[in-house]
Design a protein around this ligand. Structure first.
Ligand SMILES: [Zn+2]
Length: 504
């Protein structure tokens, strides 16, 4: 066979490989390019609320028609901003740095509240899904989702609706539909945050009629959403995920702990909100403050933790300069004085029908009342399927998969969450790969035949002794080289040890 023929044949074979590869990937990519995702978060919607109300639309449109886990785990501290940012980034709170709704950053000597963009900007390596989506040509929209109003890697979302109190659920749904159907830049990913039933849950407690009324409005809102998806012919393309950040525990007014009775207030300052307070003091005063707090915990319902406490390490709530050396955590149903100040403020603002019972969250993740909800329905999800437990940081992997985005570094896993998909994450990756591999094997076989033909033609060419010796020495050197075995470092350790935290 002549060289010209061989080259032509090789080009033809390469083209064939490309055809094989495209044929294998096309269906998945086609579906993914049409796919739109709506993530709705209902602040403070505890899993325990599922038994509290005779759900109609939530049951039929989502739970019966979709998938949900046996248990959906959230992150400690079970507060709103930290958990919403964990969902969007797939990171533990100690990694993304939003370790409370308001924080003190000891490395900057600054305090950041919910309105400060710096709250979300400690770790420059965070890759929120909305940013990844924009970077890959998609259009993201956020309705009041914590952290979404900040530019990451210089990118803002296409659509943004900032927080405003008492936003109506139906209006947020209308906005979502408007963005999905925008003619110029149609959104393919929307994060919708709704502040209820958290708001009324705090004021009136989780077992109040006011919470029940909000649950009714939410259920009707879900019905309205599906009505709108049908009207706009979006039922076959929009995947809907409804989730929450935490639940709600009842707090009696008599269960307020006054720290001033326990430790001299001039020795420390506080950041965070009940039930978890970060206690900041100087190195010299640390022992005195710690001893007083420990002494007080014997007679009051709270626990004192040091930053390196095994429990804090297990919760991944430790390795960050925004977490103090000493923290105090009130027992479920108990709060510190800051919560009383909040209720007093609501009373002044004219909140009516108050009782002596209110509600709060932030307690440990294993307390049943802190468990959030997760349910997903749409073309990508199994119907009426109960999955094994998964965590809210795993949602990141799911969203990246649904939108065909390469995930950034994250602490989540797709192991359990992928079971809710009609087409699991692994098979969508393996199928095109297997087609490509099949074609490559065929190509290698044909190249082998060509090589044999070429060798036959050239086998009588004289081989120099020098080249044989060089070849031998080269092979021997290669065999003598031993690679050091790779250290078994988990992704999680990599993220935590990447000097991201201690340097900022
Ligand atoms: Zn709340």
């Amino acid at each position: 066979m002549e060289w010209g023929q061989i080259i032509l044949l090789s080009i033809w074979l390469l083209l064939m490989v490309d055809v094989c590869r495209t044929a294998g990937m096309e269906p998945s990519l086609k579906i993914m390019s049409r796919r739109k995702v709506l993530v709705i978060s209902l602040d403070g919607f505890g899993h325990h609320y599922l038994d509290k109300y005779p759900w109609r639309y939530l049951a039929t449109n989502l739970y019966s028609a979709g998938s949900y886990p046996r248990k959906f785990r959230n992150q400690f501290v079970t507060k709103t901003f930290p958990n919403h940012f964990s969902v969007a980034t797939g990171l533990y709170e100690e990694v993304h740095g939003v370790i409370g709704n308001n924080i003190y950053d000891s490395s900057l000597n600054k305090t950041f509240g919910m309105d400060d963009k710096e709250l979300f900007m400690q770790n420059p390596l965070v890759s929120p899904v909305w940013t990844l989506n924009e970077e890959h040509g998609g259009h993201s929209g956020c309705i009041m989702w914590p952290g979404c109003g900040v530019a990451y890697r210089g990118k803002n979302v296409t659509f943004l609706s900032p927080f405003h109190q008492h936003a109506l659920f139906n209006e947020s749904i209308d906005k979502s539909i408007e963005w999905f159907t925008n003619e110029r830049t149609p959104a393919n990913l929307i994060f919708l945050y709704h502040e209820e039933p958290d708001h009324v849950g705090h004021i009136y407690g989780p077992n109040s009629s006011q919470v029940e009324e909000e649950l009714r409005k939410i259920d009707e809102g879900i019905g309205y959403l599906y009505q709108m998806l049908t009207v706009h012919k979006l039922r076959d393309t929009v995947d809907v995920i409804v989730m929450s950040d935490h639940g709600m525990s009842a707090v009696k007014e008599e269960n307020v702990i006054f720290l001033d009775d326990i430790v001299d207030s001039s020795l420390y300052h506080i950041s965070g909100t009940s039930p978890l307070l970060n206690v900041w003091t100087t190195f010299e005063k640390q022992l005195e403050v710690y001893s007083s707090l420990l002494e007080g915990s014997r007679t009051h319902n709270y626990t004192v933790y040091l930053k390196e406490d095994p429990q804090f390490l297990a919760w991944h709530y430790s390795k960050n300069t925004r977490i103090s050396q000493i923290s105090i955590l009130a027992a479920e149903g108990y709060v510190f004085k800051d919560f009383k100040n909040y209720i007093d403020y609501m009373k002044k603002k004219g909140a009516t029908d108050l009782t002596d019972t209110h509600g709060n969250h932030g307690y440990p993740v294993d307390i049943p009342n802190m468990e959030p909800i997760f349910v997903a329905a749409g073309p990508s999800f199994k119907r009426g399927f109960k999955a094994p437990d998964f965590s809210n940081i795993d949602t990141y992997m799911l969203l990246c998969h649904l939108l065909n985005l390469a995930p950034g570094p994250n602490n989540g896993t797709a192991d359990n969450i992928s079971s809710i998909l009609v087409e699991p994450i692994s098979s969508t990756l393996i199928r095109p790969l297997s087609v490509t591999l099949g074609c490559l094997v065929a190509l290698l076989g044909l190249i082998g035949i060509l090589a044999c033909a070429l060798t036959k033609k050239e086998k009588h060419r004289p081989v120099s002794a020098e080249s044989l010796i060089n070849g031998y020495v080269h092979r021997k050197t290669m065999r003598g080289q031993r690679r050091e075995p790779l250290q078994d470092v988990s992704e999680e350790e990599c993220l935590l040890d990447a000097n991201i935290i201690d340097e900022v």
